[in-house]
Design a protein. Structure first.
Length: 208
């Protein structure tokens, strides 16, 4: 009875931020089918009294594999839930900032001008929003709240983040703001495809 799958490989793949959902689903079905087949053989042997002489190596491997499979699935879905939670937090924060800018233009007649910056409460446009009482505090990205996109290898053109590295730690994890006074771009990054949106760079404008 050959066990032709690797849990260490599955766990390694599941830790990646962009593991395709269809791939994960297919691997889960494949592994589950193999385990169910071996588990049925094992339980049949136990019912037939085969266990009097003890378990065989293969039977022990089946039990260990089941434990490994459950662990791998748990790790994968825990990572997914964490990323979905962070992305939901990001979209909520962007909505809050969008409302703050709507209040600002209603008060002053234009948007705060910026050549491009990560919004923080201690300086720049973020400080203006807090000082002007358009917002109580500037929300921060859950991962790295003040890393400018260009500083981590992202491409920025005309105030818009057009691309970011998809691997490693260099990601556009800040709320990057640009404005000429009449409009603005508010860039943010999502980690995984979910109800919050597709993984990658997103841009909020006054129009939404």
């Amino acid at each position: 009875m050959e066990m032709n799958f690797s849990y260490s490989k599955f766990i390694k793949l599941s830790s990646r931020k962009k593991l395709p959902a269809i791939y994960a689903r297919d691997k889960i079905i494949e592994i589950a089918g193999i385990l169910i087949k071996h588990w049925r053989r094992l339980t049949k042997r136990l019912r037939d009294g085969y266990s009097v002489g003890g378990f065989t190596l293969i039977e022990l491997l089946v039990v260990i594999s089941i434990i490994g499979f459950i662990t791998a699935i748990g790790v994968y879905y825990l990572n997914v839930v964490k990323m979905q939670g962070r992305d939901a937090n990001r979209t909520s924060n962007i909505g809050t900032l969008n409302k703050a800018f709507a209040i600002y233009i209603n008060e002053y007649g234009d948007y705060p001008i910026s050549a491009g910056e990560c919004l923080i409460a201690s300086s720049g446009v973020g400080q203006d929003l807090v000082t002007g009482e358009m917002i109580v505090s500037i929300p921060a990205d859950p991962v790295t709240p003040s890393t400018a996109p260009a500083a981590v290898g992202c491409t920025v053109a005309g105030g818009q983040v057009t691309s970011c590295p998809s691997t490693g730690t260099a990601q556009c994890y800040c709320y990057y703001y640009w404005s000429d006074g009449t409009t603005y771009y508010l860039n943010y990054f999502l980690e995984i495809d979910s109800k919050a949106g597709d993984a990658g760079v997103h841009i909020m404008t006054p129009a939404g």
